[in-house]
Design a protein. Structure first.
Lengths: 111, 114
């Protein structure tokens, strides 16, 4: 059972553009939503995370928007750069500690 | 400081063989997690330890998979009678405490079962 659905599967954005990745979850027990960035041959690394008591969190060029009633959250990457080219995973967890990941979005930022 | 390390980085084995994958967590981290990542997919939870004990092993696919963390630091994931379907990248992560503390991932071990 896929508890976290992620789209799109792949994304091509021009340098300086905005990259948007969307996720939806089913389990209402989830209360912590991190985004991870993964480069080829590396493990995932935490990018930014949000709790459901806020609707938005911004760190530099990265922003998470959260809609609790719709059980959806999204990652926005402003002023996308070629160095942002990677695979992005949304995830969710609750008191169970284990992370449930989405299927990933492969982002390519072109010059 | 040193991050999470995993050895070996690559392991090729034959169907039916036994393999061990090792994880060295960040020093001082009490929680340790194992995930499995198939090609083109997100990591899937296998098991996590709080200290020496397995707090949640609900993600282990069957009884061929077993993990230990005898001294509360290094962990070993053991797979018996490997099958071709076990081929994947096995990721280890650690966090200061269990719960919502940031999980720091190692680079993974790529297991190929021929």
């Amino acid at each position: 059972q896929q508890q976290v659905k992620q789209s799109p599967q792949s994304l091509i954005v021009q340098k300086g553009g905005i990259s948007i990745i969307n996720c939806a979850y089913e389990n209402t027990a989830f209360d912590y939503f991190p985004w991870y960035q993964q480069f080829p041959g590396k493990g995932p690394a935490l990018l930014i995370a949000i709790r459901p008591d806020v609707s938005e969190k911004k760190e530099g060029r990265f922003t998470i928007s959260f809609n609790k009633s719709a059980k959806q959250f999204s990652l926005h990457i402003m002023d996308s750069q070629p160095g942002d080219s990677a695979t992005y995973f949304c995830a969710a967890t609750g008191t169970a500690s284990k992370l449930t990941f989405g299927t990933g979005t492969r982002l390519q930022v072109t010059l | 400081g040193a991050g999470v390390s995993q050895t070996p980085s690559n392991k090729v084995t034959e169907k039916g063989k036994y393999v061990e994958l090792r994880c060295d967590p960040i020093s001082g981290h009490t929680a340790l997690y194992w995930y499995r990542q198939s090609l083109g997919q997100g990591p899937e939870f296998l098991i996590y330890f709080q200290g020496t004990g397995a707090a949640d092993d609900s993600g282990l696919p069957n009884d061929r998979f077993f993990a230990v963390r005898p001294e509360g630091s290094v962990s070993t994931l053991k797979i018996q009678r490997t099958e071709r379907g076990d081929s994947a990248v096995y990721l280890c992560a650690s966090s200061l405490r269990a719960g919502r503390d940031t999980q720091y991932f190692g680079p993974g071990t790529r297991l190929t079962v021929l």
